[in-house]
Design a protein around this ligand. Structure first.
Ligand SMILES: NC(=O)c1ccc[n+]([C@@H]2O[C@H](COP(=O)([O-])OP(=O)(O)OC[C@H]3O[C@@H](n4cnc5c(N)ncnc54)[C@H](O)[C@@H]3O)[C@@H](O)[C@H]2O)c1
Length: 331
């Protein structure tokens, strides 16, 4: 994607987090200045390397107004800030709805006051819920199982209403499983607590946690474990560049899956980690988790046609190599 964004200010809400920091690096590589708005609740100031950091909570309207006023050239906001731990959403739904849904509403209203008309929103494949229809197309019924997915779907609907009523242009990106790390090792996945398979497996391989659990070995898949669509975080970042370019070409609204279209099983991930790291990765069998589908992978056709997006970094070896480099260096 040879897209020149020289001289542009782009506000990245949640830019101190895992995916947001990779988005910032991608923007910077194309000449833009990423301005991070983040309350550092789960993100890290050390991951903000390519532009200023405004420490604001997305639910604080006054703080947002003041921060937006400092960057009057901004035409586009990327909104990644969110509570993301699916399990915590089930036990603390009030906090989830507040941070995710209230946060999005306060942000959209502040954008309206600041006359910023373009939004790229981080949604998720978790908005689809239980379905056997793979690969997943964007028109699939959205009936999320988790509170997390429900908050994201509520925000998708809110954005669609703002589009119709107030002329907000938007691209909603429904990411599948984000993974891997920056090729230069500048940034990587630093969630705490960590709930994603690859970093957990790496922490386990490094002796930083006990034997890892595989939830369900009796699924109707070739090796009995769940199949997911793993998309490298650098590719996810590139999809945002494609979205900005699509706005420039006149796009005003789109929902787009961001995945590879390829399913990879849990056991394939573990075997690749063992091969790449040379370390044994023992695991123990655990019961299936409620709501976990056997297969979940994207139809990437729309991403190709709407954003001109093709994954370039998402072969499994590259995902594991870049993640391993980050985790082993930052143990
Ligand atoms: N990681 C994945 O596999 C994945 C998959 C699908 C969708 N997503 C979505 O992508 C986005 C980023 O995910 P991530 O993995 O980088 O998470 P992350 O926790 O690393 O990043 C989220 C960032 O948002 C900030 N934040 C949270 N609440 C805030 C608030 N009230 N005000 C200001 N900042 C706030 C955090 O401090 C953090 O920097 C999220 O919206 C998530 O739902 C992630």
């Amino acid at each position: 994607m040879n897209i020149d964004l020289t001289g542009r200010d782009i506000i990245v809400v949640g830019g101190a987090g895992y995916i947001g920091s990779h988005v910032c690096k991608s923007l910077n590589q194309r000449g833009a200045r990423p301005i991070v708005f983040d309350n550092l609740s789960s993100g890290h100031a050390h991951a903000v390397k390519w532009g200023p950091l405004e420490e604001v909570d997305v639910r604080n309207a006054d703080a947002l107004d003041q921060a937006f006023a400092k960057y009057p050239q901004t035409k586009t906001v990327v909104h990644l800030a969110s509570s993301i731990e699916v399990g915590i959403g089930e036990t603390h739904p009030a906090e989830f709805y507040d941070n995710n849904v209230t946060g999005a509403l306060v942000l959209l209203r502040a954008m309206d006051r600041a006359k910023i008309k373009r939004l790229i929103f981080s949604s998720t494949c978790a908005t689809y819920g239980e379905t056997q229809n793979m690969p997943l197309v964007e028109s699939e019924i959205q009936n999320p199982v988790s509170t997390y997915g429900k908050t994201k779907l509520a925000i998708e609907h809110m954005i669609q209403s703002f589009h119709k009523a107030y002329g907000l242009s938007y691209v909603t990106l429904r990411y599948f499983n984000a993974c891997g790390a920056d090729a230069e090792g500048d940034i990587g996945e630093e969630h705490d607590p960590e709930t994603h398979l690859i970093p957990i497996a790496m922490q386990s391989a490094l002796g930083l946690r006990g034997k890892m659990k595989i939830f369900g070995l009796d699924y109707d898949t070739p090796d009995g474990t769940c199949i997911r669509d793993y998309i490298h975080v650098t590719d996810i970042a590139r999809a945002h560049i494609g979205a900005i370019n699509a706005f420039d070409d006149g796009l005003t609204s789109a929902e787009v899956n961001i995945g590879t279209g390829q399913g990879v099983s849990n056991l394939e991930i573990l075997k690749t980690i063992e091969r790449v790291t040379g370390l044994p990765l023992p695991f123990e069998k655990a019961p299936r988790r409620p709501g976990d589908l056997s297969r979940l992978y994207a139809d990437p056709t729309n991403a190709r046609s709407v954003l001109g997006f093709e994954p370039q970094h998402s072969d499994l070896d590259n995902i594991i190599k870049t993640a391993w480099r980050f985790h082993s260096q930052n143990r």
